[in-house]
Design a protein around this ligand. Structure first.
Ligand code: GUN
Ligand code: FE
Length: 438
């Protein structure tokens, strides 16, 4: 139905970065990629697929397509204070800033305002898929799902579960209520039959959840074959407290494992202090890690050794972790991931820094693997949905200067390091143009 011709960059299973200066890509009415081939094949493709070559949308010389980015960990309600409140470590930060703000989402007008802004902001910045934490409130969480659907963002939405250790009195639930509301949330959201928006079971983290609640959530996920998200080993104080709260478990990972929450559809944020033994369990179970480098530095939590996670063949993606991470942009997550890796290299000269190509892969295909969505998004393989960013380096006011000898790889590297939403001139999700907003 639609054909694009020009430069494309993406990652594949076998190649961390493939660049194609002149390719043609066809998208059908269902938004799926039906061909992706060298530009020299355009005549035969036009016969085979019945399109006029005059109908092809040609990219300008300083434009390229890349896959939409996958934010594997973002707290939509925390967008209300993103860019502020970064002066306390995790556990104090949660009680002092996060829980009081999240408690405001009983107010659906407030929720509507902030959730609309976060969905628009992330889409503009090239997040075609987002894995969201909402709040404990079922109605506001459903509203986030509706807003993501309205704007055409692919999303997993989690109603947050927490029944203990909150210092904000009205910001936790009774165990049974939490379980029942999770059931209700899942069934109400599935009933909407949104094409791209699905529920995800969301225990906030071990500290916030009783053993009984964790078990119930494990069962709910299993019975409905659902995704699971939480936090793990983000901060030393947190790891210590989990040890004290769950003395029968051998590690933080063991807490989630014992409660049926570590599956091949699980994504755990941070993981800075996971041991090799724990990473082996992640690998065995097919569970994934969301690397949130901005947050890890902003809350002075720790450094994730990405090289070691990859060595253990654990699925890995990037997350903004708004608002522990102050930027809602996945381009920032790419940059902070490279900074963190280089900081670790200063401490250990044996370590290989993360390349821009690897960071690009983590932000796109890696993220889709983390969310078990790599059958439908993450790159331009035929059969997948067309989730793409049309990037233009030479827009008015562009933060990037181009020089005559810059080839496609250089252009991509400059965009990843220097670009911003001004350079993302169009965003497509499942073949539908979602940015600029209609
Ligand atoms: N651990 C539990 N809840 C949170 C949260 O909201 N943000 C971060 N960064 N870590 C958490
Ligand atoms: Fe988080």
């Amino acid at each position: 139905a639609r054909v694009f011709r020009g430069a494309f960059a993406h990652s594949t299973r076998d190649s961390v970065l493939s660049v194609h200066p002149d390719f043609v890509l066809g998208v059908n009415e269902q938004g799926k990629i039906v061909f992706f081939e060298d530009g020299t094949n355009v005549e035969s493709l036009s016969h085979q697929w019945g399109f006029e070559t005059s109908d092809i949308e040609l990219l300008a010389p300083h434009e390229f397509f890349m896959p939409g980015m996958v934010d594997t960990h973002i707290h939509a309600p925390q967008y209300a204070y993103t860019g502020t409140h970064l002066d306390l470590p995790l556990l104090d930060w949660l009680n002092r800033y996060t829980f009081p703000v999240e408690s405001c989402y009983v107010d659906l007008d407030f929720a509507q305002d902030i959730y609309t802004k976060v969905v628009k902001r992330t889409l503009c910045n090239g997040t075609t898929t987002a894995c969201y934490f909402a709040t404990i409130h079922t109605e506001a969480s459903l509203l986030l799902g509706q807003i993501a659907d309205d704007f055409g963002q692919r999303a997993l939405i989690g109603k947050v579960c927490m029944d203990q250790n909150s210092m904000v009195p009205n910001y936790k639930e009774q165990t049974d209520e939490c379980k029942d509301e999770t059931d209700r949330f899942i069934h109400e959201l599935l009933k909407k039959k949104y094409a791209l928006v699905k529920p995800i079971v969301t225990p906030r983290f071990a500290i916030s959840c009783s053993s009984s609640l964790l078990s119930d959530l494990g069962k709910i996920a299993k019975n409905n074959d659902l995704h699971i998200q939480s936090h793990i080993s983000e901060n030393k104080e947190e790891v210590q407290l989990v040890k004290e709260l769950f003395p029968d478990c051998t590690s933080y990972t063991d807490v989630y494992l014992k409660h049926g929450l570590l599956t091949d559809k699980t994504v755990m944020a941070h993981g800075c202090y996971l041991t090799d033994e724990e990473l082996m369990i992640f690998h065995e179970k097919g569970a994934a890690v969301s690397h949130c480098p901005n947050s890890n530095i902003s809350l002075i939590s720790g450094f994730l050794n990405v090289r070691n996670v990859l060595k253990h063949k654990v699925k890995l993606g990037l997350g903004t972790d708004v608002a522990g991470g102050y930027s809602p942009s996945m381009l920032d997550a790419i940059r902070r991931a490279m900074d963190t890796s280089k900081a670790l290299c200063i401490q250990d000269a044996q370590l290989q820094p993360l390349s821009y190509k690897e960071a690009f892969r983590l932000a796109t295909l890696g993220g889709s693997e983390v969310l078990s969505l790599d059958d439908c998004t993450g790159n331009f393989e035929v059969g997948k949905d067309f989730d793409a960013l049309r990037v233009n380096i030479c827009v008015p006011g562009s933060p990037i200067d181009l020089f005559p000898r810059d080839d496609l790889e250089v252009i991509l590297e400059k965009f990843l390091n220097l670009g911003d939403d001004r350079n993302i001139v169009k965003v497509y999700v499942a073949g539908k143009q979602v940015v600029p907003f209609s």
